[in-house]
Design a protein around this ligand. Structure first.
Ligand code: NAD
Ligand code: MG
Length: 422
């Protein structure tokens, strides 16, 4: 089944301006970049809802500037802090708790939803937006990893459309422009040969195993090209980010994992490529700044100026490409294997990764323990029935988290605390 086409119904290009925008995760890295795009083009958007986790101060600043009618936060303490920070005379509805994000995602007054919560917490809100027929600018890749089938089915049923914010998938989406999705009787695309996802290689590109064994959270968090939230920064360092993106690409573009290739490109200028059967490879290039794919999704099909420097190829350093080292960075292979194993193995992969990244950031495990814990979680996981729903997927997610945490607590010899600073 050619998923790409089925996620892109004919009415999709007709969303009028100004667009009624709800942002899930507005206080994060993607959320803040999105609001800078909105600030540059205030005539194109009406921000109707902002949802953040626990950062009341930043959410209050954003809400004070934009005055949306609905705000959402994770808990009552954050809601109280937020309320106290809002200016006199402004009384938005403040929704509280995990289900608040689903309410925001399906808000009748919103027609464009930016899904930019980090991690599995973004799954149910994204599913709610898909069920409600929204146009979804999707940054939260974990939601497709966890429940891509359910989200795709919900989009097909409701007419919801997903536009990929993730820079690689946005690049592919742009490189697919004009491709009419020619397919054979079984629904296989007859013109698309493969997708090439580029990866910067992260901060540890070119390092050896001894170095990786001793890296600190601070080193893992300092990405050479992109400024991002902490979880995706660590995922970039382990190459799990690319693993999650391979799964994301399979769901978005309807290709088997064997037709999605990863290419390390340390300069992060070529954001991904599409290869057609005639041998043509179409690439998307640009400076590594998430405002470009965010603006593309929020304004699609309109192009807007972002008032920032543009790529100058004449003065750019040379562009290099190489195959990833999957032995040193096993997370990429683990993700591909999980996707091949069953539709629910990616749930275990993602949950174990989120726990392991947290533990690493707390200094409780070493960098190389991250793939070790994920591999063990995949080995423990029993595939769920093909037709299972969101509740079963989330139960598997919760079980994997419990087991992964317990496995670390039970270890008699705890991994050494990372010590080396670069
Ligand atoms: P971030 O950590 O900077 O921000 C996360 C946002 O989610 C914040 O607003 C936070 O308050 C909110 N949040 C956290 N936990 C929550 C919970 N349990 N419930 C509700 N809200 C919660 O993360 P980010 O870097 O902006 O990434 C967001 C998503 O976008 C991730 O899925 C990431 O993989 C994806 N993405 C990010 C980038 C990037 O450049 N940052 C690029 C591509 C894709
Ligand atoms: Mg990406």
């Amino acid at each position: 089944m050619k998923t790409y086409i089925s996620l892109w119904p004919a009415h999709a290009a007709e969303l009028p301006f100004p667009r009624n925008l709800a942002i899930l995760g507005s206080t994060g890295s993607i959320g803040v970049s999105a609001l800078s795009v909105v600030a540059r083009h205030p005539d194109l958007f009406r921000v109707v809802a902002l949802a953040g986790g626990r950062n009341a101060r930043r959410l209050a600043e954003q809400a004070t500037a934009l005055r949306p009618g609905v705000l959402a936060v994770l808990d009552a303490a954050t809601a109280a802090e937020l309320k106290a920070l809002l200016p006199v005379g402004y009384h938005p509805e403040i929704l509280v708790g995990p289900t608040a994000f689903e309410t925001v995602a399906a808000l009748p007054g919103a027609d464009l939803v930016l899904s930019a919560i980090v991690g599995a917490a973004g799954f149910l809100p994204t599913l709610a937006a898909a069920r409600a027929g929204k146009r979804i600018a999707l940054a939260n890749k974990e939601s497709l990893v966890l429940g891509g089938r359910l989200i795709r089915a919900a989009c097909r049923a409701s007419g919801a459309v997903i536009l990929p914010v993730d820079s690689e998938h946005n690049a592919i989406f742009q490189a697919l422009a004009g491709h009419d999705g020619a397919h054979d009787d079984t629904g296989n695309d007859t013109e698309l040969a493969k997708l090439l996802l580029t990866a910067s290689g992260g901060p540890f590109h070119g390092r050896d195993a001894a170095f990786l064994a001793a890296v600190t959270p601070a080193q893992a968090l300092s990405h050479p090209n992109w400024s991002m939230g902490p979880k995706i920064s660590v995922d970039s360092a382990t190459l799990m980010n690319k693993g999650l993106e391979v799964i994301e690409a399979c769901h978005l573009f309807g290709l088997p994992v064997a037709q999605v290739e990863v290419l390390v490109h340390p300069q992060s200028i070529v954001h991904s490529l599409v290869e057609y059967v005639d041998g043509s490879q179409l690439a998307h290039l640009g400076l590594p700044d998430m405002r470009i794919p965010i603006a593309h999704c929020l304004c699609y099909p309109k192009r807007v100026s972002l008032g920032m420097p543009r790529l100058n190829l004449a003065s750019a350093a040379s562009l290099t490409f190489e195959a990833p080292d999957e032995t040193l960075f096993p997370c990429l292979g683990l993700a591909k294997a999980a996707y091949g194993a069953s539709h629910s193995h990616p749930v275990a992969l993602n949950a174990a990764n989120e726990v392991a990244v947290d533990l690493f950031l707390q200094g409780r495990i070493g960098f190389l323990d991250i793939p070790r814990l994920i591999e063990a979680a995949l080995a423990r996981h029993t595939a769920l029935p093909e037709n299972c729903g969101a509740a079963e997927l989330l139960a598997a997610d919760a079980a994997t988290r419990r087991e992964t945490l317990a496995s670390v607590s039970n270890e008699t010899t705890r991994p050494a605390q990372p010590t080396r600073e670069e």
